[in-house]
Design a protein around this ligand. Sequence first.
Ligand code: MNI
Length: 482
Amino acid sequence: MRLRATPRAIRWTAAGTAAAVAVALLVAVGPAGAGPAHTAAGHRWITDDQGRALVLTGLNTASSAKSRPDGLPWIKETDVRRESDELGSDFVRLLIQWRNVEPAPGAYDDGYLDAIAERVRWYGARGFHVMLDLHQDVYGPAVKGNGAPAWATEAEGLPVAERGQWELKYIEPGTVRAFDNFWGTRTASRDLRAHYAAAWAHVAARFADDPAVLGYDLMNEPFGGSVQGPAFEAGPLAALYRRTITAVREVDHDSWIFVEPEAVSANWGLPSGLPYLADPRGTGDRARISYAPHLYPLPMDLGGGYTGDSARWVDRTLASWREQTEKTARRLGAPVLIGEYGLDIKLPGALRYVEKVRTMAQDMGAGTAYWSNDPGPWAPWDHNLRRTPLLPVLDRPEPRAIAGDPVAYTWDEPSRTLAVRWRPEPGVRGDTEVYLPARFFPRGGVVTGGTQNGWDAKSRILRVASGAGGAGEVSVRIRPRP
Ligand code: MNI
């Protein structure tokens, strides 16, 4: 993502002292908490290069990349077309593997990055924002997981037993040792974190000027080996993030950088100990660090559906997950993106659960990436690529980009009304864009309370003038065109 330097940015870099920076900040954005695109909970929105708040909605692509030797997801371009045509997606969390990026120490496979770039183009051509996710589960294939190359796996010969429940491989001796050597909480033969940061810098250099790439998810579901909880998150994890952020910013000034908490606690709605992580590109609204936790309520991991007692526990998890996520996001000064949520949709109540998560994300001003697009029982398409009942649940009317400071948006299905409210902000350019699925808006929409600026029947995007220059809040309603 590219952004021209704004006068504000120039003033900041010219400011020699902390006091001058503080003055410039007050002049530029007003009192603390002001400035564009903040949610009710006080954290920020992810913005595009026109300053518009983005409502990112999409899928993870794909679990298949974990196990394939080529490290690529199963998709062809026609699958991206299907995702674009049948689903209201404007976002993809695209999995990549360290083992394929850096197959030998310090040697990068640019053929792999070319293949990733081709897939990014498929998405970009259809208006998607792409987040690259350097994925791992259970460290790497040398310890029966995925992610890290074998040369970067120092398990010291300790065993890793196959387990029925894959998550249990995380606590096998060889896996824990490999993590400890990675994090440097034991003395490894190499500084593996230096390799990790440099591998990211190599990837970021390749995609820095790619307008389809929104940013980088530095590590999937981090796990600390024998160091757990706040000691891990505020210690080795924060240190790796700081090192990697510095390395990425040397080659890419503008893309968003997404950080995840320790998965095993945060996925279940427990607190994260992740500390504030400075962005070399600036503080406050200049920073582009986003918080991207996952959401997997424990009752569902245990095979429960969204009914009865299990549903009550899931609801409590959702409430604590939201509270903890917003607390961490405020500490980080970061917008929120739910990088993964998902379940086997045959579980009782599964579709209501998905709806519930989407509504929560909407209330939080958070984007979502459903896990995953691999055809099967979790996905919007089955093994024959026929639509599953999940598809219409994911495919909802929604704003895509809001040209100002978003106040709220709601979809009321009985009255077929999408309502969007925002406060115009100086410096935000372009229209508000809303996505209107064919099954509710077969002939597009009619706007009240604002000015329609165009309708694209192919992408099903309706544009509404930002209202900048007008006074106060803009409140528009969009109903189906008769
Ligand atoms: O549920 C997890 C998960 C459980 C336990 C642990 N540890 C013990 C460290 C870590 C993670 N993850 C959920 C989903 N994430 C992956 C992809 O990132 C999906 O395949 C899982 O369903």
